[in-house]
Design a protein around this ligand. Structure first.
Ligand SMILES: [Zn+2]
Ligand SMILES: [Zn+2]
Length: 233
């Protein structure tokens, strides 16, 4: 009753376009635009990259066949484009942390094979954390932990050094750049466990793969979930 009254006096507005919205979070128009970016089958069964042809079943991509990543499977809910890209930019660079909840909720159904995982956000270097004020991956991970009731581990995996901006670096340069950039403070905590790495966007997968390497070394079976992924056209 009170909520209904409040909704009349203060109608909810879309977190993205600022228009009136029937629901909390994104309005109907933004939701439709965001859903346009949703990744659907066929995808690579390992790294989650969508295949250009809409027909066929999931199978491994050439890259994973050539060099198997350290994670068992990675999934992303959306292609990093359109209104979804706007949402992530607004969240990450615009500091609108209220978007963490709706983004995590809309990414939830890309989760599979990962029940009972320990949720591990990709850490930010402290210098970046100070500059941004928050770790976008941790905010998404925290929402996902709340929604799934999976445990959250946020200070075991740490960034040992700042890898700087990865934007503009080629795939092999990124691999070199992230090598040894992370440490696990208590590897024993992951022995025999399943871990689910969380990030906002996966680009070449170099960062996620390096984090996965450490978790795997500690004895975990590693999965990854990101809200979005960049896709080469
Ligand atoms: Zn909207
Ligand atoms: Zn693949």
């Amino acid at each position: 009753m009170l909520k209904a009254l409040l909704d009349i006096v203060f109608p909810p507005v879309c977190l993205l376009c600022g228009e009136r919205s029937l629901k909390k979070g994104f309005c109907e128009v933004c939701l439709v635009l965001i859903e346009k970016e949703r990744i659907t089958t066929p995808i690579c069964s390992t790294c989650g990259t969508p295949f250009p042809s809409p027909k066929g079943v999931d199978h491994e991509c050439g890259r994973c066949l050539k060099e198997r990543p350290h994670f068992k499977a990675a999934r992303s809910a959306f292609v990093f484009d359109g209104r979804l890209l706007d949402a992530i930019h607004r969240f990450k660079y615009g500091g609108d942390t209220s978007l963490a909840g709706p983004l995590a909720r809309s990414a939830l159904n890309a989760l599979d094979q990962s029940s009972g995982c320990i949720i591990v956000p990709v850490p930010l270097h402290s210098a970046k954390l100070r500059a941004r004020g928050f770790n976008q991956s941790l905010l998404i991970a925290r929402e996902l932990a709340r929604l799934t009731a999976f445990p959250l581990s946020y200070n075991n995996l740490k960034r040992a050094r700042d890898t700087g901006q990865q934007v503009g670096l080629k795939s092999d340069e990124r691999n070199k750049n992230v090598a040894g950039a992370f440490i696990l403070q208590d590897p024993a905590a992951f022995k025999g466990k399943k871990a689910l790495l969380i990030d906002d966007v996966i680009t070449t997968g170099a960062t996620i793969n390096e984090c996965a390497r450490l978790l795997k070394l500690a004895g975990a079976e590693v999965f990854a979930l990101t809200v979005a992924r960049t896709v080469k056209v």
